[in-house]
Design a protein around this ligand. Structure first.
Ligand code: RB5
Length: 154
């Protein structure tokens, strides 16, 4: 699978281990930065880059790491077609894909350690959308909300 990843300074510590684990598992990683630890960098830049890569089809899934995962999730969900979730338990990391077709996983490096992060990434990447009618129906409602919000824009 092609996976885009990004992290600000708050998520920096987890990015390298996640990239290494994904590559070792045979995935292609699109690393969208940061490329150096910079305490002055801003999570919206990396979350936007990852979300855009997923939206454009350059990656099938995205992973964004910040301090809590929250800021990354807020930003990623601003882009139409992005379904991002902060998941710090493995059930949510796979169920979010199976039911909600979550395409961006957000993690907080100040909340979880590297071993749990790698388990979460494995659960996320290994999961597939079930395609069940009830889940498609709910996703259609989300898409309708996005379309309505776009039409209301001045
Ligand atoms: C950066 O200090 C921190 O605010 C950011 O990584 C993130 O936690 C935002 O949600």
């Amino acid at each position: 699978m092609r996976i885009a990843i990004g992290a600000d300074h708050g998520g920096w510590a987890l990015k390298a281990p996640i990239v290494a684990a994904l590559q070792a598992a045979g995935h292609t990683v699109l690393d969208l930065g940061a490329y150096a630890l910079n305490p002055a960098d801003d999570y919206p830049d990396f979350a936007q880059a990852v979300a855009e890569a997923v939206r454009r089809g350059q990656a099938e899934r995205g992973i964004v790491v910040c301090g809590s995962g929250v800021g990354a999730g807020i930003v990623a969900n601003k882009l139409p077609g992005i379904r991002a979730g902060v998941c710090h338990d493995t059930y949510s990391a796979h169920q979010g894909v199976e039911h909600d077709d979550m395409n961006v996983l957000c993690l907080g490096a100040r909340v979880i350690g590297s071993e749990l992060a790698l388990e979460l990434v494995r659960a996320f990447v290994g999961a597939k959308f079930s395609g069940e009618e009830r889940h498609r129906r709910r996703l259609a409602k989300i898409a309708a909300l996005e379309n309505a919000a776009r039409e209301k824009q001045p």
